[in-house]
Design a protein around this ligand. Structure first.
Ligand SMILES: O=C(O)CCC(=O)C(=O)O
Ligand SMILES: [Fe+2]
Length: 336
């Protein structure tokens, strides 16, 4: 057994695995509660998404990143935070990085046309940036890019809502407690492509710098190239290797805030060994812009565990986080 497989087994045994199709609901809720309080990450299986859909989404993402740089650069909307971000443009952990993350990305949100009453760039509600269909069909094999991504977006949104319902039960509130907060979710699918450059933490070179996610939950799909690591309660970086067919779920800062720190928003990073390029697709699922986020009474107590965070809203929380970490983020400030 080589050292990598030993490490992999260790990580799998420490990062719990939850099945969404488990019939023993009570046991699933207990497992989720344990994972959320102690790890902040779990593998999700039995979610019903076919492997063929994962394969197609990853293949279309790979084809998209194969487009000429100028075509990708034309697809950027800094106001809405949609579309393309270039290699090394984002630095998730400026305190330890000597240059930007060795990755490029493409953000896809809920498609809201300017004629829709919900259209409001100040609340991240607007249209996506899509590559020209002609360019895709004639130059590379990403002819079904948009339909593939839209179908995956709808499919993974439904899985994410089921996870939110289990999280509600794990917190001790009604299963549907959060449902109305996700009627117009701030959901974002982010295609990522890591270059083949090896990470060298000692020189400040990271595929993706250490960070916690800002929002509620993230459902991550990766190809078979390892790289993700999580920072555990014991203060060690633990590998979270790819598990075929499983999504990696983690909790973000907004849920930590809502639960008064009882559920963990765990720091994580990506280190690549080099040689192989890596493709991953996180899906960030956040509540409606105006949802009030304040300590749930189940999670705070005026004497033993008073609320640590002031009341905010989902949109306000996310705007503050983006401003802290994205130098080029230019939010629309117009009131509506
Ligand atoms: O690519 C990965 O495995 C993780 C990406 C990530 O943590 C993020 O985009 O927030
Ligand atoms: Fe992340």
């Amino acid at each position: 057994m080589n050292s990598l497989s030993t490490r992999d087994e260790l990580s799998i045994s420490k990062i719990p695995s939850i099945r969404l199709d488990e019939t023993d609901r009570e046991s699933t809720v207990q497992k989720i509660r344990h994972a959320c309080m102690n790890v902040g990450f779990f593998y999700l299986e039995g979610h019903g998404i076919e492997q063929s859909m994962f394969d197609t989404v990853l293949a279309q993402s790979k084809s998209f990143f194969g487009l000429p740089l100028a075509s990708k650069r034309a697809l950027s909307d800094k106001v809405m935070s949609r579309g393309y971000t270039g290699m090394e443009e984002e630095t998730l952990d400026p305190s330890s990085q000597s240059k930007g993350d060795t990755k490029e990305g493409f953000y896809i949100g809920r498609e809201i046309y300017p004629t829709d009453p919900q259209y409001n760039p100040a609340k991240f509600c607007g249209p996506n940036q899509w590559p020209d269909e002609l360019l895709c069909s004639t130059h590379i094999e990403c002819f079904s890019f948009r339909t593939t991504m839209e179908l995956y977006f709808t499919t993974i949104s439904a899985v994410a809502l089921r996870v939110i319902q289990l999280l509600a039960l794990a917190i001790g509130v009604d299963e549907h407690y959060f449902d109305s907060s996700f009627s117009d979710p701030l959901a974002v699918l982010r295609l990522l492509h890591y270059s083949g450059e090896p990470s060298r933490p000692e020189d400040g070179i990271f595929a993706c710098g250490a960070h916690s996610d800002y929002g509620m939950i993230t459902l991550l799909l990766t190809d078979s190239t390892p790289g993700l690591q999580i920072f555990t309660k014991d203060n060690i970086w633990l590998d979270a290797p790819p598990v075929a067919g499983a999504l990696v779920v983690n909790l973000g800062d907004m849920l930590e805030r809502w639960t008064n720190g009882i559920f963990r928003s765990t720091k994580h990073r990506v280190l690549t060994a080099g040689g192989t390029e890596r493709y991953s697709i996180p899906f960030f699922y956040e509540p409606n812009f105006d949802t009030v986020v304040e300590c749930l009474s189940e999670c705070c107590d005026t004497e033993i565990n008073p609320g640590k965070y002031p009341r905010t809203t989902s949109g306000q929380h996310l705007l503050e986080k983006y401003k802290q970490t994205h130098a080029d983020f230019k939010p629309e400030t117009k009131k509506n």
